[in-house]
Design a protein around this ligand. Structure first.
Ligand code: FES
Length: 359
């Protein structure tokens, strides 16, 4: 099949994946990374090339039990490989989407997906620290693979923390990369080593002392950090204590804890107006005040709305507004044509009237 790529004038031609309109991926490979992590590789069914930045993700929408459930998964492959993308997914106990992917997704199956999305971009620099906790390794793995493919001189310290040695995603891939990339120093840090007593290195939690020993010049480096919320909190504190300027510290997480911890108003001096919000498919309604997001109130009332970033970035919570109006402050998670078609993002929308939502 003929593929038109970017021509010399940088005009986009039909052989490139269009984030605005393309929404289907074909699975071509499933690979076991660890006992509870698999990588899934996809191509466009009509062989379009997918242009993305390391650090970006796709939002996958699966129809499970008559409901559409969406989850965001970071791309773990190199952006230099454009004919296919790979995502790496940890099986989360009780997680509907991750368990479905692990148990059911096979090569030659089609899935609905939109992207690439996200702004966890690596600024251009000579010296980096990549810090990852658990499955937070995926976007930084894409970055290190990109640097390896570019074959440019670069100085990277990669600290990858995991629960035990057997939980390290990409353990052998990272060892191979560290073997051939002269500027890559790798430190795998298991929290405990009971399942591999011959572990030759340090173990324990990330600490200021360890980071200072491993990266004495950390204050001169760009930090790219991804992992669960407690890991990122610790990493950010340590980076600050070791003199990393805030603008040099970049992080990303889809940890559900981030959603739970979204700060609410500290004090209320004015009684906000209350609106009635109905969820037509679940036959539920909730009271939402004008200064709260629709999603936060829906969750408290037990209404099921899939969500991920809780800040208008990923598009996971996209829902159809049947009637009423909202004040939506999104961050790229919805397209204008979707808004025109009556959709909105409950996670970043406050009601301006009573609402009926198709959920
Ligand atoms: S949860 Fe990500 S846009 Fe709403």
């Amino acid at each position: 099949m003929a593929i038109d790529l970017l021509k010399a004038d940088n005009t986009v031609h039909t052989g490139l994946w269009q984030a605005e309109t393309d929404d289907t991926l074909l699975c071509v490979d499933v690979h076991d990374e660890t006992h509870d992590v698999k990588s899934f590789t996809f191509i466009s069914p009509d062989r379009k090339h997918i242009v993305f930045d390391a650090g970006q993700y796709f939002m996958f929408e699966l129809g499970l039990d008559d409901e559409v459930d969406g989850r965001c998964y970071s791309i773990s492959s190199s952006p230099h490989r454009r004919n296919a993308i790979t995502i790496t997914v940890k099986r989360v106990p009780g997680g509907r989407v991750s368990n479905w992917l692990h148990d059911n997704l096979k090569p030659n199956m089609l899935v609905k997906a939109s992207g690439p999305l996200g702004r966890f971009a690596r600024p251009m620099a000579q010296k980096y620290v990549f810090l990852s906790g658990g499955s937070g390794v995926t976007p930084v793995m894409s970055m290190v693979r990109e640097l390896a493919d570019a074959a440019q001189p670069v100085d990277v310290v990669f600290i990858h923390a995991g629960r035990t040695p057997k939980d390290f995603i990409f353990r052998s891939d990272l060892a191979n990369l560290a073997d051939r990339m002269k500027g890559l120093r790798l430190l795998l840090l298991p929290e405990e080593v009971s399942n591999e007593r011959s572990w030759p290195g340090l173990y324990g939690r990330i600490s200021k002392e360890l980071v200072h020993l491993a990266v004495p010049d950390i204050a001169e480096r760009i930090i790219m950090c991804c992992g669960p919320a407690p890991f990122m909190r610790a990493a950010k504190t340590i980076a600050g204590e070791l003199g990393v300027p805030p603008q040099n510290y970049h992080e990303e997480s889809f940890d559900a804890a981030v959603i739970e911890e979204a700060p609410g108003p500290i004090a209320e001096f004015v009684q906000a107006q209350i609106f009635n919000v109905q969820f037509s498919k679940q036959s539920k309604s909730v009271e939402v005040s004008a200064d709260q997001t629709v999603l936060s109130c829906a969750k408290k009332a037990g209404v099921r709305i899939p969500s991920s970033c809780a800040s208008g970035i990923c598009g996971t919570c996209k829902s159809r507004l049947v009637s009423g109006s909202v004040d939506m402050k999104h961050d790229g998670g919805i397209r204008q044509r979707e808004i025109d078609a009556g959709f909105f993002l409950p996670c970043c929308s406050k009601p301006l009237s009573d609402l009926v939502i198709e959920r």
